[in-house]
Design a protein around this ligand. Structure first.
Ligand code: NAD
Length: 301
């Protein structure tokens, strides 16, 4: 089985690459190493150091004829998307269209796309379903929502099988605090340096934190699922930033101190995705509680 993993040198993509290689797959990684690291890359994977916005990627897919494409490469930084919307759009939409063009030339068994809860924006509903209105409040969320629509149309016009996975807030080993690194990576880096944490706003904002290996398992389950569909890959549970600090206190031997700062533009107040559909159809469920995942992440530092 041959798999292409875009963004395979990044946080989530490198874990997915590891699991696919463990399963015996021939894994080709497409990554321009803009935020990914060569050191994360599994030595058994073949790296194509190319930008997904480069149209030569279409021929690369046609030449290699992968069975599966897991598309995770993206500009995933909300702040960057506000500062440079056209760059964000180019990577997240033109890059996705290039890969879909590749699939037109060389049909795949599944195109699995990494989407995000950011497509919903600030929805007051306590638990979002896959049917909730898509109403992003950042250019990042907008580019991902647009990419989803292109994937669906390519599928309709050119019979490309797809799974769109909208992730909650992913955390785990190898996540860096660079750029828009998730809050857990940012906090852990500060704790390792004995620095005070910075809590945006009042800290009562909530997130649906999901451990990276659970995301990997969902990608693999989605690749094997017959049919085109969109799934939440999440825990369906929420943790506030202040609760997260309390959990970290159980792992960290020294006292944890923090300050509050302003709310950030484009930040979502509450985010919780129901995962009932993925559980039922993909026969997948998250295997890690927040404490188990946090503990694995903490000890990997
Ligand atoms: P990451 O930044 O660690 O990984 C992205 C990878 O893509 C990096 O290796 C980077 O070098 C590569 N890349 C970026 N632009 C590229 C380009 N133009 N051409 C080729 N390679 C390029 O991010 P991540 O957290 O691992 O996220 C992976 C995917 O999951 C992204 O699509 C992101 O939008 C999505 N996602 C992540 C989260 C999260 O909490 N981390 C939540 C929801 C969705």
């Amino acid at each position: 089985m041959k798999a292409f993993v875009t963004g395979g040198a990044g946080f989530i993509g490198s874990h997915l690459t590891d699991s696919l290689i463990e399963m015996g797959a021939d894994v080709h990684v497409i990554d321009n190493l803009s935020s990914g690291e060569q050191g994360f890359l599994n030595p058994s994977a073949t790296l194509h150091q190319i930008d997904i916005t480069d149209p030569t990627i279409i021929e690369l897919i046609a030449d290699h004829k992968p069975d599966y494409i897991f598309h995770l490469a993206a500009q995933a930084d909300v702040k960057q998307s506000t500062a440079f919307p056209s760059e964000d759009l180019k990577t997240n939409l033109t890059g996705t269209v290039n890969l879909l063009e590749g699939c037109r030339k060389s049909p795949v068994k599944k195109f699995v796309f990494a989407s995000t809860s950011a497509v919903y924006g600030n929805n007051p509903s306590k638990k979002l379903t896959e049917q909730s209105p898509v109403k992003p409040i950042s250019f990042y969320g907008s580019s991902k929502a647009a990419a989803e629509m292109y994937i669906k149309l390519y599928s309709e016009f050119f019979s490309i099988p797809y799974s769109i996975l909208r992730y909650g807030n992913v955390y785990g080993p190898r996540q860096t605090a660079k750029g828009e690194g998730g809050v857990i990576a940012v906090f852990l880096e500060k704790l390792m340096k004995n620095e005070r944490l910075k809590v945006n706003g009042d800290g009562r904002q909530t997130r649906d934190f999901i451990y990276v290996q659970d995301i990997v398992d969902a990608n693999i389950a989605a690749s094997l699922h017959k049919g085109n569909d969109t799934f939440h890959i999440s825990t369906g549970a929420t943790t506030s930033i202040l609760e997260l600090i309390d959990l970290l206190k159980e792992l960290h031997p020294s006292p944890i101190e923090y300050d509050h700062s302003e709310d950030r533009i484009g930040d979502i107040k509450h985010s919780c995705l129901t995962n009932t559909k993925a559980k039922k159809i993909l026969k997948w469920k998250p295997a890690h509680s927040i404490m188990e995942g946090l503990s694995k992440t903490y000890t990997s530092r």
